[in-house]
Design a binder for this molecule. Sequence first.
Ligand code: ADP
Length: 270
Amino acid sequence: MENSPASRGADIDPAGLAVDLRGVVKAYDNGLVALGPIDLAVRRGEFVSLLGPSGCGKSTALRLIAALSAATSGTVRVARPAVTENGRHPIGFVFQEPTLMPWTTVRENVRLPLKLARVASSQANARVDEALARIGLSEFADSYPRELSGGMKMRVSLARALVTDPDILLMDEPFAALDEITRFRLNNDLLALWRSLRKTVIFVTHSVFESVYLSQRVLVMTPRPGRIAAEITIETKEPRSEEFRTSADYAGYCRRVSSALAPAYSGQSA
Ligand code: ADP
């Protein structure tokens, strides 16, 4: 089941991969080739960033992994958890906009995926409570989205993704609209969650600084159609903290990633 036409594998080999894209190309119906060919292998439990200029196909790549869209050619394989009943889903998706239902509470927003999967309400309640506690919003369970700050709304969106206990978390520029201090806090909280839950995270951003701070590996993409132009492994003392953000190591990695990204912006006016 390799290559053209596109295929989607159910299971992945036992080599410890969560996601494996081989020779993947995405052309939209209007003929625009948005992505590829791209090879992308992500290990289970890894935190990887896709970094690239706007329009290079980062969201397209996430949508292919989430099966929200089909590849034109190539193979997309995603690891499936052994158990998927009770509203468990292999993939959680966090978008740039929190996309909350404004007419109902935080608790009901987080419960939505379990409701759609018809999980019994006693079980759903416990899982919603747990997800809210993990992202520090227990006290706001009965609040409405309009009563929350931008950062808190994004936390709700993260809790909604976590409530299905996915192995893989896909995050599409989730913190781009937040002010810097809130963004830094959410960066730290996301790292703490990742350390305790050991999910695979694929994080899309166009911020060099954010990609270096968060990831074990930064994949720098070319302009559309996006391909992987460079791969930079970030090795530093773990767990990372604000200390890392001001270290010489961090500055060095940011320089390396910026130079790898520079060609993608050449020819574009500021
Ligand atoms: P990024 O996330 O890197 O900003 P996208 O994956 O959103 O990039 O988009 C890549 C390219 O594909 C862009 O030029 C965008 O306009 C185009 N594109 C995205 N979705 C569609 C679609 N449904 N139909 C046609 N073109 C699309």
